[in-house]
Structures are given as C-alpha cells and as structure tokens.
Design a protein around this ligand. Structure first.
Ligand SMILES: Cc1cc2nc3c(=O)[nH]c(=O)nc-3n(C[C@H](O)[C@H](O)[C@H](O)COP(=O)(O)OP(=O)(O)OC[C@H]3O[C@@H](n4cnc5c(N)ncnc54)[C@H](O)[C@@H]3O)c2cc1C
Ligand code: SF4
Length: 567
C-alpha cells in the first residue's frame, strides 16, 4: 500500500514542471526572495553526457537509427534525451475519429531541451482576435501588457534577429543574426521576386557571449542539446539562476498526482509519486505555480477533485480541457537544379533556419481567417537519420553509384514548413479518460481533435505559396499532397506541430475562463497556471517566447500579491 509521508516544511511557492514556464517562474520568484520548491516528473539532466551535439552518426549503433529503424520515429539519438511521442507507462488515448499526437519530455528542462528555438513575439492583433474578425475570443491582456516581459525574456535568454517593422512580427531586443546560407539567399531572392516577405529568423541562440554563456560555435545541432548553453534551455539558463539564489529546491522523478485544497478553499499541498520508491509524498506551500505543459496542467487540475471542486480544481467554469488548439502545419519541398553546381561545403550555422517568412498577407482579403509563417529548411548540414531515405527510393542502384548520387543531390532541395493559426472549435478538447490510468495509477487524458474548413484552406494556401517560391527560384516543386484523404493539402494531424495549448484559458469572465490576466485561477487565489494552457488563441507564432513572458509577468504579480497578503 502507498505510504503517505508528510513533510513539515512549508515553502513559499511550489512549482510543478521545470520547462519554459516552470523555469522562468523559478528564476523570477527566487530572485524576488521566495523560497521555492520545484517538482519535476523526469530525472536530472547532465548536459556533458546527455547532450550529443558533436557525436557523429557513425559513432552510434545502427548509425542512430536503432534496431530495425525504431529510433527514427522520434529522432531518439538525434535529439536531446527523454523527449518522445510515446512515454513508456504514461499513455494517452484518442476518442474515435481523432488522431491527436502528444510529444512530451520527461527530464529537467522539459521540452526546452528539444525545441527548435524559434522565438517569435505575438503581434498586437493576435491578442484581439474577436474584435478583428469576430471569431474566437480576445485576450484579457494586450500586446502592451506583455511587451515589457518580451523585452525582459529576450534580454536575458538572448534571441537573434533584426528590426524589420513588419506589423505581424514585432521587433524585439535582438542579438545580431547569422548570415543567410546559400540556399536561403536563393529563397530570399525568389521571395523578393514574387512579393513574399523574407527576413532573418529569430531564434533563442546567442551569437555573442551573454551572462556567462559562450556564443554559438555554429555546429548546427541545436536539437541535440548544447553543451556550451549557447542556445536556450530552461535547464541551463533559468534553473542555474534560481539555484544561485540559495532559495531553490529541485525534486526530480516526482510525478505530481493532485493539488490538495485545504478547508479554506486554498491550495495547500501537492501529492506526488516519488518514482524511485513508488511511494506517495506531499509537499506543502503557500502558493502554487503549475507549469507542467498545457495538457499536463489541464490533466492535473481535472484529476484534483474534491468536495469543494467536484469537477476538478479551478474548473467552476467547465473550461479546463476545452479550447485545445495546435498550429496548422503543412510542409513541402522543391528541387533547385542550380544547387547541383554548388561546390560541396559545410553549411555552418545555428541548428535551424537563418531566414524565415513572417505572415505577409495581413493587409489582404484571403480565403481564410488569420495567418501563417513559413520556416525554411535545406542545405548541407550534417545529415540526420533517414535523410537519404527518399533519395534511395527514387534512384535504383546501390553501393558506389548510389553514394555518388547522394553526394550529388544532397543540398539541392529546399524545404518549407507552414505554421498557421488554428481557431478553437467545440469538437477539439481533452478530458480525463474514465477507463485508463498510467503506471502510477493516475487517470490519463483522452483527446478529441478536428480541423475546421478554415485550417484546410490555410494549408492549401501554404502549398500554393511553397510552389510559387520554388518556381520563382527556377526549381521543381514536389507536390505530395492532395485535397482528399485524411490530411488534405498535407495538413498534419493535431499535436504534431507540438504547439498544443489553450486548455486552461485566461479571461475576464470567471464563467468562461479559468484564469485572470495574470494566470491566477479565478477560483483559488494562491494557484497559478503559467504555461500555454493559459493562452486564449494560438497565433501563427511558435508559443514558447510568449509562455516565458507570461510566466515572468505572473511571477512578478504573485510576488506582489504575496507581499500584500492577498494570496
Ligand atoms: C522537437 C520540438 C520542437 C519545438 N520547436 C519549438 C520552437 O521552435 N519554438 C517554440 O516556441 N516552441 C517549440 N516547441 C514547443 C516548446 O518546446 C514548448 O512550447 C515548451 O517547451 C513548453 O514549455 P512548458 O514549460 O509549458 O512545458 P515543457 O517544456 O514540456 O515542460 C513541462 C515539464 O513538466 C514536467 N511535468 C509534466 N507533468 C508533470 C507532473 N504531473 N508532475 C511533475 N512534473 C510534470 C515534464 O516532465 C516537463 O519537464 C518545440 C517542441 C519540440 C518537442
Ligand atoms: S549550433 Fe550553436 S547553439 Fe546550436 S548546439 Fe551548436 S553551438 Fe550550440
């Protein structure tokens, strides 16, 4: 039988999850004087041994593909550790007809060990969707409320970019960007020809030393982690700042099962599974910050039922789990014959694009509402696992001939990934599956996901734009998409873009939202949810910079409210 051990200590704040949201809260709260305990379901991270940025494929068994190619599905060897589409012992389910996929990381720093480091601000209009086109809802806060926190986050973590005055992509506090690669120069020229805006990208990679971190040395392998901490991860940038204060306690392998509420209706403790001993323990605090990642945060609230909160904690509105969205994603690629003549050379750079296409048709009448941006790929980086698979399928032969062909063709393709705004719909949400628990006995999430016509039209537009750019560059577009089938115009299944959010949304009205504009729950004053669960909409921009800005803002508010005795 599980043993319940009571810890006598009461912390000022207990944070659940150590990713972008939790890490930011830990830094701000400890630097503000709070005694903080953080519970993280995954193990500790050791960058020197866990990150593999400089390991060559030939140093790995099966060149990193795993037995029978098993590791290819979730990048395994070519990604920082413990991030996967499937976590052993921790399933989730899909309702009939739904194909939602959920990438989770179980390690200190969460998915900030794995992310693409694309760090884009939302634009003023992104906070005002309903006022703009009548769909969805406005946020209870404006761009002006968040802008000072974007400044703080960018200044602290380091984001490169350029001030371009594009209204859909606000300027930020930027480090100098790296130069475009040869393929990106070709794309930029093609975009200029057809009136598509193409500008230096904005990534959380430091191109100059910052706060004791070394500048990027352009190995191009960010997704595998960065031993020199030149790219951003919560584990290497936020948590060390918290540790430095001497006010931070990190408990790893601690899977929080429930937030426990006292007789006064305030949260008083969390109950968690200590994974190594498989025993249940409790930690007490005066305030709680949930940053377990959007859907995990919703799951935790829904599983925290009590007589006072029979439908789940902070869920008197019934919105917890609702308004789930992911980015609209559709990809494409083209062959550029003139790249065949490009002398073989190393495409040194950051582990990601140096140029991108922000949403550029904001002043036009499109067939769909909202917008998308385009992420660019291609060039001669170190090939990843399975990179030559399609080429080997397209050309007959093997041995020296096939290798020659691979060398000739490698780097002649350019790739595009559209990332667009999904508008929340009533058919898309998550809930507790009444029939399934994880290996710790905690009920799991069941997903319902459906794209609407607006998103399909957006994916179509993405495909048309990719083709136009490739053709303007003198290339051939490879159209592998069709308007029919389960993924019209190549629209990815829900969750695949890993920008799932909105399931504990903020708002002014406690009847239609769970949080106020400071990520504080309407129902429980000492409980905050500071990850992307709080978002009201899912603009085309990748969410993590905004998660950090909101978590920073919420943490400052928490400090202020605690000081005033309001929690
Ligand atoms: C491959 C990849 C590429 C991406 N690229 C980008 C990008 O370029 N730009 C961008 O903006 N975003 C990107 N993302 C998304 C980005 O990683 C997330 O938005 C961000 O990490 C979310 O931060 P978070 O703090 O909410 O959650 P996470 O970073 O996921 O951290 C949550 C942490 O909470 C822990 N946890 C969960 N449940 C519990 C529990 N019950 N008890 C205790 N601990 C718990 C988890 O183990 C985890 O460590 C990408 C993600 C992936 C995987
Ligand atoms: S490209 Fe730069 S930031 Fe990325 S892993 Fe290499 S050194 Fe680190």
């Amino acid at each position: 039988m599980a043993q319940v051990t009571r810890s006598p200590k009461v912390y000022d704040v207990c944070i659940i999850g150590s990713g972008a949201a939790g890490g930011t809260a830990a830094k701000v709260l400890t630097e503000g004087g709070s005694n903080v305990v953080m519970l993280e379901a995954g193990p500790a991270l050791h960058p020197e041994t866990d990150y593999k940025e400089h390991v060559w494929p030939y140093q790995l068994p099966h060149r990193g593909a795993g037995v029978g190619g098993k590791a290819m599905a979730d990048f395994s060897e070519f990604l920082a550790p413990n991030g996967s589409w499937d976590i052993e012992g921790e399933p989730y389910t899909n309702a009939p007809g739904s194909r939602f996929r959920w990438f989770r990381s179980r390690i200190v720093g969460g998915r900030t060990n794995h992310w693409g480091r694309i760090a884009l601000r939302f634009a003023p209009v992104d906070f005002k969707s309903r006022s703009t086109d009548g769909m969805g809802d406005d946020w209870p806060i404006t761009y002006e409320d968040v802008a000072p926190y974007y400044d703080k986050v960018e200044s602290y973590i380091g984001v490169f970019g350029t001030a371009e005055n594009v209204s859909s992509a606000p300027n930020g506090v930027f480090l100098p960007p790296p130069k475009p690669r040869c393929t990106e120069t070709i794309i930029k020229a093609a975009c200029d020809k057809i009136g598509v805006t193409c500008i230096p990208s904005r990534l959380a990679v430091i191109t100059k030393p910052l706060n004791g971190r070394a500048a990027c040395h352009y190995c191009g392998q960010c997704g595998r982690g960065c031993v020199s901490a030149s790219n951003f991860s919560s584990s290497q940038v936020m948590l060390p700042a918290a540790e430095k204060t001497g006010k931070f306690t990190l408990v790893t392998n601690a899977m929080v099962r429930e937030i426990v509420v006292g007789k006064d209706g305030k949260a008083e403790a969390v109950s968690y599974i200590d994974k190594p001993s498989r025993s249940e323990k409790k930690i007490y605090a005066k305030a709680f910050v949930v940053g377990a990642s959007a859907c995990e945060s919703a799951r935790l609230l829904l599983n925290s039922k009590s007589s006072q909160f029979p439908d789940g904690l902070a869920n008197s509105s019934g919105v917890v789990g609702r308004y789930l969205t992911d980015s609209v994603g559709s990809s494409g690629g083209g062959f550029i014959p003139r790249l065949l003549k490009m002398p073989a050379h190393n495409h040194d750079g950051v582990g990601g694009m140096h140029m991108y296409v922000p949403w550029w048709k904001y002043d036009r009448k499109n067939e769909f509402l909202r917008g998308y941006h385009i992420e660019l790929g291609g060039g001669r980086n170190m090939p990843g696992v399975g990179e030559f698979g399609p080429l080997c399928e397209a050309y007959e032969g093997y041995g020296a001939e096939l290798k020659k062909k691979c060398r000739e063709m490698y780097g002649t393709f350019i790739g595009f990934a559209g990332r667009g705004e999904m508008i929340a719909n009533e058919h898309t949400y998550c809930e507790i599956d009444p029939n399934t628990v994880d290996e710790w006995g905690i009920p799991v999430l069941r997903f319902h996901f459906q794209w609407s016509d607006n998103e399909i039209k957006m994916a179509k537009d993405m495909q048309e734009t990719f083709r136009e750019i490739v053709e303007a560059a003198g290339g051939t577009y490879y159209d592998r998409t069709s308007p029919d089938g389960p993924n019209p115009y190549g629209i990815q299944d829900g969750g695949v873009i890993i920008h799932e959010l909105g399931v504990v949304r903020m708002g002014n009205n406690p009847k239609t939202s769970a949080l106020n504009g400071y990520c504080q729950t309407h129902d429980v004053k000492n409980l905050f949810v500071t990850d992307a669960a709080s978002f009201v909409s899912n603009p085309d921009k990748n969410p993590t910079l905004t998660i950090m800005a909101l978590s920073w803002r919420a943490s400052e508010y928490l400090l202020d409210q605690a000081k005033k005795g309001n929690l």
